[in-house]
Design a protein around this ligand. Structure first.
Ligand SMILES: Nc1ncnc2c1ncn2[C@@H]1O[C@H](COP(=O)(O)OP(=O)(O)OP(=O)(O)O)[C@@H](O)[C@H]1O
Ligand SMILES: [Mg+2]
Length: 253
């Protein structure tokens, strides 16, 4: 049965999508069967792997009960597939809110394909709304990308409260896979301070791998390919490869 990881942080632009794509690509490179789930109406994850956002995708799966299997698109990477999202997913916020089991829709949609993959990676929008809640309920563990800046800790506290609430009721087995520093700039004192503070507080929950700021990581999505196909030797690519090894170790443990 595949491991389901959700990538969440209500703060925008912290590297959720970049991490989902590139971690997924390296896990596929390492021989794992990986399904990416774009659960953000912005559709960034879909575009980043060259998938169409006009085609039926995760919205149709959760609202009209169509099978995820039938909606999956292939990517340029072997063993890496994606279920796209599109702007219609915005409507799910409103449509699900009155349903008694509104937090369970994604979980139910993914259940039938769990055995087809080693990893299912869910990319969330920047909010703690119903979509992210569905992600937390569907997942085995959450990976939290964190930008090394002053307000990082405050957002993290709020996110961890949501995780605790989900653990207390809807998904007792939800674990925290780890906190990942992204867009790290070693030249700034602030970035170093934030890293030290978060490590002091969360210790081993913080991934040893730190993702540096690297322009190649921001260029790759416009070509619709992960960074290991765009520029495999850049520092951003190498750091996501290291992260994939660390994730495989943590999942095994
Ligand atoms: N390590 C990095 N170095 C340089 N640029 C990066 C890095 N990681 C992400 N970016 C760029 O920063 C922007 C935000 O990243 P990304 O889209 O992954 O964040 P996000 O958390 O998914 O955003 P949103 O909350 O809007 O979904 C993008 O333009 C991306 O290409
Ligand atoms: Mg995103």
């Amino acid at each position: 049965m595949g491991t389901i990881i959700v990538f969440a942080n209500q703060k925008g632009g912290v590297g959720k999508t970049t991490t989902t794509v590139n971690l997924g690509a390296y896990l596929a490179e390492a021989g794992r069967r990986v399904l990416l789930v774009d659960f953000d109406p912005q559709g960034n994850l879909s575009s980043a792997v060259g998938a169409s956002t006009d085609q039926p995708g995760i919205y149709e799966a959760i609202t009209s009960g169509r099978s995820v299997q039938e909606l999956t698109q292939t990517t340029s990477v072997e063993r890496l597939s994606v279920v796209s999202s599109g702007i219609n997913l915005t409507g799910a916020n409103v449509e699900l809110v009155d349903q008694p089991d509104r937090e369970q829709f994604l979980k139910r949609s993914l259940e039938p394909v769990r055995d087809d993959y080693d990893f299912i990676l869910i990319d969330c929008p920047p909010s703690l709304g119903i979509l992210t809640l569905n992600g937390l309920v569907a997942a085995d563990s959450v990976l939290i990308p964190l930008q090394c800046e002053y307000f990082a800790m405050e957002g993290l506290t709020q996110l961890l409260q949501s995780v605790k609430r989900v653990q207390a009721s809807l998904n007792r087995d939800l674990g925290i896979l780890g906190i990942l520093f992204t867009m790290y700039d070693s030249r700034t004192r602030l970035a170093q301070d934030v890293v030290q503070e978060v490590i002091g507080y969360f210790g081993k929950r913080v991934f040893r791998t730190i993702i540096p700021r690297n322009v190649r990581l921001s260029e790759a999505p416009s070509h619709g390919i992960p960074v290991h196909q765009y520029d495999p030797d850049c520092v951003g690519a190498r750091s996501y490869q290291k992260l994939s090894e660390e994730v495989l170790d943590r999942v095994k443990a």
